[in-house]
Design a protein around this ligand. Sequence first.
Ligand code: MG
Ligand code: MG
Length: 630
Amino acid sequence: MKTAIATVSIAGDLGEKLAAIAAAGFDGVEIFENDFLAFDASPREVGKMVRDHGLEISLFQPFRDFEGMPEPQRTRAFDRAERKFDLMNELDVDLVVVCSNVSAISLGGIDRAAADFSELGERAAKRGLRIGYEALAWGRHVSDHRDAWEIVRRADRANVGLILDSFHTLARKIDPDTIRSIPGDRIFFVQLADAPKIDMDLLYWSRHFRNMPGEGDLDVAGFMRAVAATGYDGVISLEIFNDQFRGGSAKAISIDGHRSLVYLMDQLKRAEPDIRIDVPAMPDRIAAHGVEFVEFAANDTEAAELSAMLRTLGFTRVGRHVAKQVELWRQGGINIVINTERQGFAHSAYVMHGTSVCNIGLRVDDAHATVERARALGAELFEQHVGPGELHIPAIRGVGGGLVHFIDAKSDLARVWDIEFVPVADDTQSCDAGLKRIDHMAQTMDGKEMLTWQLFYTAIFDMAKTPMVDVIDPSGLVQSRAIEAPDGALRVTLNGVENRRTLAGHFLAESFGSTVQHLAFETDDIFATAEALIANGFTPLVISPNYYDDLDARFGLDEDFLDRLQSVSILYDRDGDAEYFQLYSPLYGEGFFFEIVERRGGYGGYGAANAQFRTAAQKRHMRPKGMPKR
Ligand code: MG
Ligand code: MG
């Protein structure tokens, strides 16, 4: 499999783009003409620069408004093509994409277009060049790959072929299986792009909202299966027009792009075992069985505050690390680790972000296989000196720089608590509050990074994304989406910050990109848990009485039940017969908090309708602007 990406997909000048594309592992680039025109170097120099990066120019793009023109525009179109052929010869690229004509003066007719391509092919052949024809979804006369193929077929030139672009086919809801009948050797190039399902003008949708395969809602995998069935084994290229990507980090977007292609082709190989697909062998997507531990980095003072809060939540300090200043707190199946070391990764994380989650341990079947898959998908492995008596626990860096460790039951790893920790007798007993497991982790990030995180989780793990929801903060919008294992054993909510004045934005700014903003613990009995918490001295986040009036209006709740909810500030949601209960801690530090949830009757959401009331209550508790920190 040869991979490429169009230069228009990422930020920077041509030199910066090429460096990022090469570093991400692509084999080639589509040179977007404007990127070339805006760059101050001759075509020969640009060609050399591309090759010096170890890349090839897979395609020159685009040539527009060519076929079906009346005279004198027809002659001019051919003259224009000859000029581009000169340029292509100097760049040393042999394939150009001709997009279907959008000009109002262009004339229809399959034979007329075929005759134009036949002549263009003849001229290109003299220069050793090839022509690829692509149907734009908004083309004036040709907007369907089947028509483009018919034109190519009738043009009947060996150097005139078809270019397919998943966006144009899928956005128009054309069945991708219609590609299967096209001979693979007549397909010259394949461009892939996904997009979120938005009902809007096709051109605008395409130019601003495309994203990497797997990041959107289009069936790019089904499209690619049809392409593979034709025997096509040429370049698979990303042509992504996206405003955020063009304003983002060229390096990060290139890595996402390459990851999306490797992920797509790996899944394709599994779906179509009879087709030869050249993609590195790796374990299949990893089943994640839950969160084994969450580790906080802290200094001594803040560790004491955090410990006090854990105690009110019903946690007990049960262990101390054999060699490090690391404590283990536990309740039910939840392990919280507090690391106050003055060296190593946790300390660097503390210096950078303040008290924050720096490391997450996930339960998997095979920790080494997990790291192997992550590595094949471009994740960065993490190694730190392992002291005497310590286990080597396989780990990678998460996208935000925090660590993800993997614990499996097949090795010694699951015994980490017995091996690396000595039991301690906790002096002050708090009352167990019935918290069983981590229901979800909420990670906060810049809105531009949301797709990166989403792709990271869904490519490595057997997890799927849920639809995006808008969470209304008094100061703006936060976009939220969950990534879930099929059995719910691991749930991560991603919150994308657009605006620093929102609670999530404040947290992100003050913690310098720390990512876990809240941890939600699961209980089987929210009312018993609330009682135990209050006995432990826990003060729940107080929710406005207006919320309970509205709740009553929405669901028509029993008065006693409503009183019970309000007396301990529990938020409530219902979906059919399924019910959800939420209880929040006050804010800790610059916006971190704990949540306690109970799911009844298979409730699958996260109480999105409640999020704005919770956020408003939390913001009332934040320190006023201009006040010193703590
Ligand atoms: Mg295209
Ligand atoms: Mg939550």
